[in-house]
Design a protein around this ligand. Structure first.
Ligand SMILES: Nc1ncnc2c1ncn2CCCCCNC(=O)c1cc(-c2ccc(F)cc2)cc(O)c1O
Ligand SMILES: [Mg+2]
Length: 214
């Protein structure tokens, strides 16, 4: 049977990127998605904004919702100091299988823990599975209609602390209207929009950065 897009993206990484070099894995994926096949990675333009927020927060504990092929997972983990952990949740086993190989190829597997399953099921288990008290940083990039229920779940499970940073992809395209309305109007968040473009295109999209105020 025909290979899948994630498998073709993995093959490009194995063929063109330098093993153990996260930046070359990132550049190879961006080149592949611009010149061969579009794929729903956060991409290079929004990726620069993601990098700057990760560097600013310098989180000890980080959570990513929606791994896909691991592009943003590698982007985030390459900036984390030693001893920190990025937990990334992926629902689709085929995506997870590709992501594991891309993460390993980048050499960052010791900083990343990829867990397969639905965010709604796994978030309540973060304390028992990983001994996590709270997350300093959360990157939302999964089902767009799960952003709002999942941050409410993070609040309920007391996984956010005063100053926790949420960064959400695709708040314009495909769009997360209920999430945006909530974080922009809730007294519990201070929110800011970073205008950009949908990965590898000229279509408007952006990232919403929200600070949990406790
Ligand atoms: N652990 C978990 N729990 C729940 N859901 C989970 C999950 N793990 C995964 N998923 C399920 C996420 C599936 C992928 C989510 N991302 C997207 O759907 C997405 C789509 C576009 C897009 C834009 C314009 C277009 F024309 C077409 C597509 C762009 C993006 O940057 C996107 O992130
Ligand atoms: Mg996205």
């Amino acid at each position: 049977t025909r290979s899948t897009r994630p498998q073709r993206l993995l093959r490009a990484v194995q063929k063109k990127a330098i093993k153990g070099d996260p930046q070359s894995v990132i550049s190879t994926i961006d080149y592949f998605c611009r010149h061969s096949e579009w794929a729903m990675n956060v991409g290079d333009e929004k990726g620069v904004i993601l990098d700057s927020v990760v560097c600013e927060v310098s989180p000890s504990t980080a959570l990513e919702l929606g791994t896909y092929c691991g592009y943003s997972t590698v982007r985030i983990a390459r900036l984390l100091p030693p001893g920190t952990k990025l937990i990334t949740l992926e629902f689709n086993p085929d995506y997870a299988a590709v992501a594991r190989q891309i993460i390993e190829y980048s050499g960052l597997q010791d900083k990343i823990c990829l867990v397969e399953g639905a965010s709604g099921d796994l978030i309540p288990k973060m304390q028992e599975l990983f001994g996590i008290k709270t997350f300093d940083f959360v990157f939302l990039d999964h089902w767009k209609d799960r952003y709002l229920p999942d941050i409410k779940l993070l609040e309920e499970c007391q996984l956010l602390r005063k100053g926790s940073i949420l960064l959400a992809d695709n708040v314009i395209c495909p769009g997360t209207p209920d999430y945006l309305e909530y974080v922009r109007n809730s007294p519990r968040y201070e929110s800011k929009y970073f205008k950009s473009h949908l990965e590898y295109t000229k279509v408007e999209d952006g990232l919403e950065k929200s600070v949990f105020l406790g």
